[in-house]
Design a protein around this ligand. Sequence first.
Ligand SMILES: [Zn+2]
Length: 316
Amino acid sequence: MGLRGGIDLGGTKIQAVVVDAEHAVLASARLPTPESGGPPAVVAQMAAAVREAAAGARVDSRDLDGVGVGAPGTFDNGNLANAPNLSGWRDPYPLAATLGEALGCEVRLGNDVQVATDAEFQLGAAREFDSVLGVFWGTGVGGGLVLGGKPWLGRGSAGEIGHVVVRRDGARCPCGRRGCMEAYAGRAAMEARARKLQHDGEHTTLFEIMETRGRERLTSGVWARALRAEDAMAVKLMARAVAALGAGVASAQNLLDVEAVIIGGGLGIRLGDPYVARIAAAMQPHLFLDGKPPAVRLAALGDLGGAVGAALLVAD
Ligand SMILES: [Zn+2]
């Protein structure tokens, strides 16, 4: 039948899709990522998400050609280790074998951000280009690379654009180092900064909006609302984030000279084209080849891009 499954395994949600031979999404399912129970609980939830999507496509998971998984962390032989956003997932766990057994089909693993970049390269906003930098702006800032038509993985960890240094001895990054782009532009770091400023007496509606919306974190939707309401702190922190993205992405461009930069991720997709234009403008003063900037575009596959990209792991 040529149907494949894809899973985007995130720290807060598990997004599953079933796609056909043309990569069209036939059905999707989204479940929360378990916060306890370790890898077995997460794998059980991943299987449930695929079964739900498969049911939506009127097939059994055993009939799928395979399921691809885009996950954070490090991979070795079907094992996933060091996934910082998944509770209790430090040691290698046989994700491919366990999930494959639960679903009755083959499972392949890939890096979450790299498969999302591959999806934009093969099916989305970067189709006509040969070299692409994907920038996924969300809780953290992830990056993926396609150079000369092929994914560039380095020794397995390439693309960590969130940790390019935009300011020596600058703000503390969630990674523990200082001055990384993510320390200014990652949603987690921005929230930490907002909490500190509020604690120090600065006014903001960010946390009221969060509570009204029944959230426990400053989600992309909370930021978007605060920005629409011209909340001064949200505007200030977002300007700081955009400036950091401009410096960091332009520095990567000076090194790689790619044809296109694709902006995705929860914040990127939520804030959309106006912010893609702002990031492109913030890059401009830092571009060495300032007369020939790369195309800077919004990710075209939206929220499902990671899961659709994961399904590509099976197509190859
Ligand atoms: Zn860092």
